[in-house]
Each structure stands twice: as C-alpha cells, then as structure tokens.
Design a protein. Sequence first.
Length: 306
Amino acid sequence: MNHTAPYPIGTPGTPWGAAEKAQWLAGQVRRRSYADEVVAAIEPLRSTFDVVEYGTLQYGDERFPLLAIRSRDWNDALPVALVTGGVHGYETSGVHGALQFVRDHAADFAGRVNLLVAPCISPWAYERIHRWNADAIDPNRSFRADSPAQESAALIKLVEPVRDRVLVHIDLHETTDTDETEFRPALAARDGKPFEPDGIPDGFYLVDDSENPQPEFQKAVIEAVAKVTHIAPADAQGRIIGSPVVAPGVIEYSLRKLGLCAGVTDARYKTTTEVYPDSPRATPEQCNLAQATAVCAALEYALAHP
C-alpha cells in the first residue's frame, strides 16, 4: 500500500461508521489456527501446570477458549509474575515466546514466584494476523473499566483477584513493517485523521511506565536480550516510534492512561517488549527466544529487588 494513497475503506477525514467497519470485517480472512498452533501447544503443559479457561471469546458463530497457565504449586505467600502475549494477534513471537518461556524456563522459578501466563489474549486476531479484534477495536488501548474489547475485559477479570500482589508484569509485543503499511493507515482512516508516516525501528526495544519508571529493571532486560538479538537504535531525532529514548532501547508511555495491557496491575515492575520480526538480522526462532529471555531477565531482576 502506498503511504500517500487514501486507505481503501472510508472517506478521508470522516471517522468510520457501521458500514465501513462491516466492509473492513468482510475483508478479514482466517489465515492460521488458534486451536492447532496455540491450544495444542498448551495441552502438554497440563501435566505440570494448571491450565484455566478464564473466558470465551465469541464473534458470530466463532468461539475461542481463553486459556491461562498457572503455577501448580501456587503459594499465597509468594509474589505473582504476570506474563501476557498476543494482545495483538499478529504479533506472533509474543504468543510463542510466552509458551517457550513456560516450556523451557518456568520450572526455574518454582517455589520463588507464582506464575500466571496468558499467552494469546486475542485468538480471533491471531487467526487473522491482525492488530484489531472483530469490532475494529485495538485491545491494547482498551484495558480499562467497562472495556469495549472482550479480550481486555476477560484478562482484567482474570487478574483482578491477584492484581495487588503482582510484582512484575511483562507484556510481549512486536513492531512490524505492517504497522506502517496497514495498521497505522487503517487506524487513521477509522478515526478520520490524516496518516503521518513514521519509521519502523530495526531491533528490540522496551516500553517503560512513565508514571513509575524503573530504569535499572529495563536495563537488565535489555542487557539480557542483547545477547540474543540486536537492540533498536534511536532515530536521528533521538526517538523510537516518536517517543524519546530515555536509555538504550527504552522509551516510556503512560501505561494505565493509555489503556495498555502492561498497566492492568499495580506491579512495581512493568514493561512491554517490542521485537522486530521483519529485520533481516532476526529469525522467528530468535524472536521467540528474545521474548522468553526477556521474561526470564524481568523475573530474575524483580525477585532480586522485591
């Protein structure tokens, strides 16, 4: 898609109504299987973890079980670590990096922390390789009371009983080339705003909470991931996706005010990972490993500095 061409749905300068959203939805095609790629990967984990169905996502005739993985030896005397992935369904390594962490590393934290892992928050979008849900809503701007997104509301309900005991929350994301070619233009069109092209950072970076920054925590995660994949540099203006770089590979957002998943608890340590899977310097395996490595580093730092 040419950045200067109008988005093919809607009228420039006019927010979408029901007809435009229906036109957009009609163009969404199922391209992979949540059941085959995610649910099937979770099933073997039932031998060592508790797998809970914390809700059902339903769009038309399609129903998706929302699954979370919990420490079987849950101990109320221990802090909680929350790991989330697949808030944006197209961000594949967030989903499979979370599952890789559980398979390969969760046992290392047994008896130290209670793990709660929701690896694929948006299964409808996972199947369409899309950012939005079927209502053309971004779940990662919808983590708030009376959420308009089923996906976000279900996670809030899951987390509510433990939200005050969460020590660390790491939310696994990607920044992709399609952000610039499809998703940001679609957002501008949906909201009746002009699309302003920006660059895509080449490499891994983190989003800290501007309301409660934890620079040493972010630094520990960046240093661990740098051993797996490259860290995104700042652009010529000292920014990454329009935000000032506050430390190598780190920017800040107001997580709760923006309705972002990483702001769903009162955790002392919060971060959003951003992997760049379209880089010629990164493979899918590296991206998954970078996510799992980030989770391990986040947990180790938080447990050492409770």
